[in-house]
Design a protein around this ligand. Structure first.
Ligand code: OGA
Ligand code: NI
Length: 404
């Protein structure tokens, strides 16, 4: 969901609002806030009325007899809980990074083919043997859990203002009648440094910032390495995406899904594709199964493999490959008794990058499906609209005119 982008535009002041702006936004937090125009003029352009957003963990604690209507989904949106019984091969594919990196051509080529199939047919895969220290994964998971278990007042020291996507709260809420996700989030912009809002980085526990920093550096290297293999799997030069992306934008979001008495009525996270190039998701150990992806029009659960990351193709790669590798729609569902934690990294091009389908993927039989656009503009579009399947990508779709 967060999709990814944290930012509203490539103007750094969006991320780092001046203190008076921030104060004003915080004051408006409870009921409404304003979006600012592209030049970050202090003049509000569109008021957003989001109503009072109740904190899902607090709600869970109060054990209401009924799920509040703001969380109850329309019939057609409700999750089918008996997940599709797919035969075993119909599981999200697994890619072994150590094989991709293997010195033996045969081994690495075979794994590249696996990767190509995973990206083309699923848009999702789990990566094993990624060589990131497992102790680090455990530490960030414990720390994220501890953060969500803090008293509400403590977490609210880092508020996510409506219409923004960094801090603690619910992102992508733009109206009072919009359904809410059964989820609490805490998100931070990581790279480049100008997207950081230091006021939103928790002071306690003291090792929080250092751990997020170390983890993010490791995941950044993983993204760069995966992108290299993804471009190879497309028959492109290994460094083509890195060169194109400039200083990549990176964000982290921790999602905490408390148990829900009526998982059949609510969604943990609304269906969406990610606005990133690549997303790396770590699922908490012992978490319930919660992530589902839309495959052949059915919601398929992603069963966590211990110590693996779930990787998915984001909208940027779909555009660059003219739809060869698609960003697949996904959502999260909740569980009656178990909570769930995910730690998600979004990796995307620099905001000033212009992109569109690469010439290699466009010909007579594959006409160009997307226009060229500025990635900062796309990010802005993404974060200023509610999550709604793959709707955000319509921004870039070429209108096929019916000339008849
Ligand atoms: C996301 C996302 C799924 C999950 O944060 O973009 O898709 O399982 N999360 O938390
Ligand atoms: Ni997502």
């Amino acid at each position: 969901m967060f999709h990814f982008p944290l930012s509203i535009n490539s103007d750094p002041s969006w991320f780092k609002p001046s203190y008076p702006q921030l104060k004003k936004r915080r004051k408006l937090n409870k009921t409404h806030c304003h979006l600012y125009n592209h030049s970050m003029s202090p003049v509000p352009i569109t008021p957003i009325m989001v109503g009072h957003i109740v904190d899902v963990q607090e709600l869970r604690r109060s054990k209401p007899m009924k799920i509040p209507t703001r969380f109850v989904r329309a019939m057609e949106e409700r999750p089918t809980l008996e997940t599709v019984a797919m035969p075993p091969p119909c599981e999200v594919p697994v890619v072994d990074l150590s094989k991709l990196m293997s010195g033996t051509k045969e081994v690495s080529n075979a794994e590249i083919s696996q990767l190509a199939a995973a990206c083309q047919e699923w848009g999702f895969f789990q990566v094993v043997n990624h060589s990131i220290d497992l102790g680090l994964l455990e530490r960030i998971e414990d720390m994220a859990k501890d953060f969500f278990m803090l008293p509400l007042e403590e977490k609210q020291k880092y508020p996510m203002a409506p219409g923004t996507v960094q801090g603690y709260g619910q992102a992508f809420v733009f109206s009072e009648d919009q359904k809410l996700d059964w989820c609490n989030m805490f998100a931070l912009g990581i790279e480049p440094k100008f997207i950081r809002d230091p006021k939103l980085w928790p002071k306690s526990p003291p090792e929080f910032s250092e751990l997020v920093e170390t983890y993010s550096m490791e995941v950044r290297k993983l993204c760069q390495s995966l992108l290299k293999y993804i471009s190879t799997s497309l028959g492109l030069r290994g460094n083509v995406f890195e060169e194109m992306f400039g200083v990549a934008v990176q964000a982290i979001r921790m999602n905490y899904y408390p148990p829900c008495a009526r998982p059949d009525l609510v969604l943990g996270l609304s269906p969406h594709s990610d606005g990133s190039a690549l997303t790396v998701l770590q699922q908490g150990k012992g978490s319930s199964v919660g992530l589902q992806i839309l495959k052949d029009n059915k919601w398929v659960p992603v069963h966590p493999i211990p110590n693996a990351f779930v990787i998915n193709i984001g909208d940027t790669i779909e555009v660059l490959t003219n739809g060869k590798y698609k960003s697949v729609e996904h959502r999260a569902v909740t569980h009656k008794e178990k909570d769930r934690l995910s730690i998600v990294t979004f990796y995307a091009p620099s905001y000033d990058v212009e992109l569109g389908p690469m010439a290699e993927f466009v010909d007579k039989s594959n006409p160009c499906k997307y226009r060229r656009y500025n990635h900062g503009e796309y990010s802005k579009h993404y974060v200023t609209n509610k999550l709604q399947g793959k709707k955000a990508l319509e921004f870039a779709k070429v209108q096929i005119e019916n000339l008849s």
